[in-house]
Design a protein. Structure first.
Length: 253
């Protein structure tokens, strides 16, 4: 039986007169990588922004593990297992890689109202749990050897891997990646491709926005295609490659 991690129904988002999202409906299952592709301005980032809680949807339903979350703030969604990275990397150059990932853990801990209402500092058991989680996440993102390096000195690609690691530190069921390969060269994209697969295999479903077709076609189980905010196709990479509407709107450009 397939378990639905994320369900999106009739999602709409307008900015004044601009209808950025028009009635999107799709699901992401457990152990699945879903690709979201489409031309510039087709609504990909807006989708991630409404799913993560950065923007309120104009209409529609977002369910996480069966629970409606569309009216919850971003941090509640993180605590419930939905996390994301942004299109541009934001890191603290003076922190070490490990410290930056610990921040990601802290973010979830603080968002548990009962735990944080009574004590602001982690107790010993909690600290050990955090350390273990950080090690796992560094391993998953290939950053173990750089754990004690200052964030400011690692490469741009490594900083992007670190953004993924920080998001994973909250132990999510689902991670949303907005153009994770931006600025990467080919061997870094290959590293990222393997990383996305490992993340999925470790129990975190992935929604990935990318315009590098090779990466999308290799890593995704299914792909949703947007054009002018509307869903024009959905299918396996093989189906999408053959889809006439997709070729006309996007792949053939
Ligand atoms: P993509 O990520 O696919 O390139 P976006 O989701 O960023 O596309 O944008 C979709 C549409 O919504 C575009 O027409 C864009 O100009 C508009 N848009 C996105 N964010 C905003 C915003 N905060 N305010 C007004 N219009 C926006
Ligand atoms: Mg975008």
């Amino acid at each position: 039986m397939t378990t639905k991690v994320l369900e999106v129904k009739g999602l709409c988002k307008s900015f004044g007169g601009v209808r950025a999202l028009r009635d999107l409906s799709f699901t992401v299952n457990e152990n699945e990588v879903l690709g979201l592709i489409g031309p510039n301005g087709s609504g990909k980032s807006t989708t991630v922004n409404t799913l993560s809680g950065v923007l309120p949807p104009t209409a529609g339903e977002i369910r996480l593990g069966g629970h409606p979350v569309q009216n919850l703030p971003e941090w509640d969604r993180v605590a419930m297992g939905l996390t994301r990275t942004f299109q541009t990397a934001s890191v603290f150059p003076e922190f070490t890689v490990r410290e930056q990932v610990v921040l990601g853990c802290e973010a979830t801990r603080r968002s548990r109202p009962i735990a944080s209402a009574f004590r602001l500092k982690a107790d010993r058991a909690e600290e050990q749990e955090i350390a273990k989680r950080v090690d796992t996440v560094l391993e998953l993102t290939g950053l173990t050897a750089l754990a004690d390096a200052k964030v400011g000195v690692i490469s741009a690609a490594e900083q992007r891997f670190l953004m993924i690691a920080t998001a994973l530190a909250s132990g999510p069921k689902m991670i949303l990646l907005d153009e994770p390969a931006a600025g990467m060269i080919s061997h870094e994209r290959e590293t990222l491709t393997r990383m996305i697969r490992r993340i999925c295999d470790s129990g975190t479903s992935v929604l990935v926005i990318e315009h590098h077709m090779a990466l999308i076609m290799e890593v995704c189980d299914r792909i949703v295609v947007l054009n002018f905010g509307a869903q024009i196709a959905e299918g396996t990479p093989a189906e999408i490659r053959e889809n006439r509407a997709v070729i006309d709107a996007y792949l053939g450009e």
